[in-house]
Design a protein around this ligand. Sequence first.
Ligand SMILES: [Zn+2]
Length: 363
Amino acid sequence: MIRPDPDFPASYAQARERFLAAARARGARIVSYANPAGPGLDGEALAADVAVLGPADAREVVLIQSGTHGVEGYCGSGVQHALLRAGGELDEALATGARVVLLHAINPWGFSWRRRVTEDNVDLNRNVRPFPVPDGPDVDYEDVHGLLLPEQWPPGEANEAAIAAFIARRGAAHFQFAFTHGQWSRADGVFYSGRAPTWSQQTLREVLRTQVRGAASLYWVDLHTGLGPTGHGELIYAGRDIAADIARTRACWGPSVTSIYDGSSTSAKIGGMVGNAFYDECPGTALAAIALEYGTVPMDGVRDALRFDHWVAAHAPQDAAARAQAREAMLGAFFVDTDDWKAAILRQGREALARASAAIRAA
Ligand SMILES: [Zn+2]
């Protein structure tokens, strides 16, 4: 259960209702993309919704996105709603002449069912990769699949010892890489890249084509949770390994922007990130892009919730009590229901938009 809050929602259904109402109150143009995998947890329709403010021919576009990782939308939707509802930063962004695009719940199925993955067990932030995937197994992932998702749950001491031994042998960084890089060989595994573009990827591409293509610059903030110290938002560069794009991103959001390409990020080097879609869909547009990655609980807690969630989906999909327990564990791992945490999240979310406005003014 989530305590009532004016911005952070208690369900996907409430998040969507509030987002649309706040966007309408602002006079935003709204475009909705129905997700065919519905209904959601409460029987509601599922959709990714886009609220657009500012001129259609703006040179600069600010895109703020939530729910790439489903359940992480509980946080991201709250930030978007706060910006719409009490939006000094939004006014400031619009005063630059920019178009502001709020993309709500790009993975609505995962948001509603409190899972990180899409309806096809795909990690959307690993899915924007070349297809077909390589022939043969993903050897790095195959080493850890059985450790992460053993036959029995809870896993027990032998499993813990085996994971500890793997980490001792190969290193913690390799372990993190092996299970998070975006494996392609186990459709029921964790951090699965998928074998084709998901509905969410196709929808994101449509949003980029219709809302961003043709602009001179894009400032993109993708809201995430689950990595790093609690309440701290790590600004992780979210484009390809292109020096000019990294420099533009650091010029906007500051030198503290980390990168998976130089080892400065808490995140391992991963493939198939959503940022890749930009390069296909928006030729000629300059990019500054971050994942704003808010810490929740210690990494072991996040990992165990993810493992349990996948274990239930693979081994006990008909067990309603286990599924409810997994949803509760996922929410607890990707959202922190305290006033301090929520205040820190909103402050940093507002700051991220304010910095984009400052960069646009300075350009
Ligand atoms: Zn995420």
